[in-house]
Structure formats: C-alpha cells, structure tokens
Design a protein. Structure first.
Length: 340
C-alpha cells in the first residue's frame, strides 16, 4: 500500500471517530435535555408510619407544630381515639380518647389553639354533636350542637376566629353553611352558597379565604369552584375542560383531600371514576391549576391532611376494603424523586 492510500485511510478513520463521538455526545445531551424537561417540582416523601389502626374518613387539624387525627373507620369498627403527630420529631403519641360517639365522616378545624370536631356517622345514625379539644389539658368538652341537620360527608374550616360547616349528606346532599362563634358557643346560618349541593367535597384555606369545590351530587362530579371570605361567595373558573373557559384541564373527583402551603392550594387523591393519585396545585392570583407529580403512595380516597407553615402531610385513607396507615410529606420546592 502506498503512502497516499495509508494517509487517506488514516484520515477516514479519524473523521469516522470524530463523527461517532459527536453522535454519542449529541445523544447524551438530548437525553439530558429530555430528563431536564421531565423534571417536575413536587416531591412526596414517606414519613413515620401511624402508630394506631389503619383508617379512613378521620378528622384532622393542626395546632402549632402538632397534628391531630381523631375518629374514623378501620373497616370493622368506628373509632374514637385521638392521636398527636409531632411534625418536628416525626413521631406519634396517643392522647385522651374522644368521649363522643365513635364515628367516621366527621369534620374538624382549629381556632386559637384548640381543635373542633362535629357531625359524622356512627354506622346507624347521622350526627350533629360538636366538641372542643384543648391540647394543653388533653381534654375534650362538648359544645353547642351543630345547628344544621345531622349529616356526614360535610366540610369544615376556619376563617379568622369563626368556624364553618357546610354541604354533606343528611339523606340527600346539602349546600347550606353554618358559622360557629367560639366566644359565645353559638351557631348561625351563614351567607347563602350559590353552588350545587354536594357531599365529599374538598376545601383549603389561603389568607383567610376558603376555596371550595369538587364532591358529588346525584351521582355526578361537581365542576363549580368558589371562594368564600366569610361574607361573600365568588365563583371561580370551573374545574371541567370547558371551551368557555381559558383552560385545558379537568379536575372532577370526590373524597379527595385539600390543603394549602406557601400561598397555593393543593388537591390530591380521591375518586374520579376510580381511585386516583392525581395531584393539582391552585394559584389564587391567576385562578389557574397546574398538574403535579402524582401522589407516590397507593391510590386512595377519604385521606386526611396536616398543614404546617413550611410542610404538609397526607395520611390514611382507603382503597376499597383496604385501609392505610402510611404518612406522606409533600415538599413543593423539591424535584420529584420516586426513590427517596
């Protein structure tokens, strides 16, 4: 082989090598770019397993750095135990049992360092009794009965120093709302709600405004979504994919769990034809929703939530006849990581 042919062959090999390396690098960077595009904020991290029985349809509320889980149903029994979760130490402690009738499907909220629980179902009767829990004395005190009809599947929340209970099922779905005055231990019917009747709705609070939607009425998922500041109801963008609205999402479910964190509202799990792990965030400044990484625990309905200043937890719930005792922390500012 002459010198010219050897040089030509060498140049060909060098060019081929360069082309091969360039191709590999381009594929690498395309893959990295694709991975970056797939990265989403919103990470679910499993926390300390609940010490009590697995359950669903429990009441939850937070006081300071502690979360409280009360009552519920474990598939066999209606429950009346009270549990305290320490969000700083990540551990559970059993507290004084709830002295009212064991129940599920009740509602709760906290005001001025005390927790409140009312309504529900004991397996035979719908309930309207109402109770206050004081964590400093670890004691329960019965208060004035809820003034609406006995019911379960309602929603409860606090705005400022007042508590509210509304919607739910008393033999048919309801849409009334009632305000509780802590100082006078009295109830009065609140401003009328223009939305549809429903049970198993969801609610979250942002800056003393309640955001209410979802749930089921006459076997259909409700699409209307409202805000309430204690005196005025405002209809917001519907949750269905409607050509009349500037959106391309559809959030239609019941028995989901709602919570708020750092100025945004969140909805996760529930039933949407089947039980789901879908998760959504709501921005009240734009009245828009964004889909998030799915809840990393098992799909479920009738879960509970704790919200603290910088973190939130979703816990308990059920899938058919299987009841859960796991606890998941949601970290909105972390990238999704299914391996943590």
């Amino acid at each position: 082989m002459n010198k010219f042919n050897i040089m030509r062959k060498t140049n060909f090999i060098q060019k081929s090598s360069v082309l091969f390396i360039a191709t590999v690098l381009s594929l690498f960077f395309i893959g990295c770019s694709s991975d970056d595009d797939d990265d989403e904020y919103g990470n679910w991290v499993e926390s300390s397993t609940f010490d009590g029985n697995s359950r669903a349809n429990s009441v939850s509320f937070t006081i300071g750095t502690k979360g409280y889980l009360v009552t519920g149903y474990d598939g066999d029994d209606y429950l009346s135990d009270t549990w305290e979760y320490d969000s700083e130490g990540d551990f559970w402690k059993e507290k004084a049992p709830f002295p009212g009738t064991a129940r599920s499907g009740a509602v709760g909220f906290s005001i001025n360092g005390k927790g409140y629980l009312g309504t529900g179902y004991d397996g035979t009767n719908k309930l309207n009794d109402f109770w206050e829990y004081d964590p400093t004395t670890d004691s329960w005190t019965q208060k004035a009965d809820f003034a609406g009809t006995e019911r379960y599947g309602a929603i409860g929340f606090a705005i400022g120093n007042d508590g509210y209970i509304g919607t739910g099922y008393d033999g048919s779905e309801q849409k009334d709302f009632w305000k509780y005055n802590v100082a006078s231990d009295t109830w009065e019917q609140s401003v009328g709600f223009g939305g549809q009747k429903r049970q198993n709705a969801s609610v979250f609070i942002i800056d003393d405004i309640a955001y209410i939607g979802l749930g089921i009425h006459n076997g259909s998922y409700e699409e209307d979504f409202y805000s309430f500041n204690g005196s005025t109801w405002t209809r917001l963008t519907d949750l269905d994919d409607d050509d009349d609205d500037d959106d391309d999402y559809e959030i239609l479910l019941s028995s989901g769990v709602g919570f708020s964190l750092n100025g945004l509202g969140y909805i996760t799990t529930g039933i949407s034809g089947a039980i789901t792990t879908e998760s959504w965030s709501y921005d009240p400044t734009t009245d828009t929703w964004d889909e998030l990484p799915v809840f990393e625990g098992s799909a479920r309905q009738n879960a509970s939530a704790f919200t603290f200043p910088n973190k939130a937890y979703v816990l308990m719930g059920r899938s058919g006849s299987y009841y859960f005792d796991d606890v998941w922390e949601f970290r909105p500012d972390e990238l999704e990581n299914e391996d943590d």
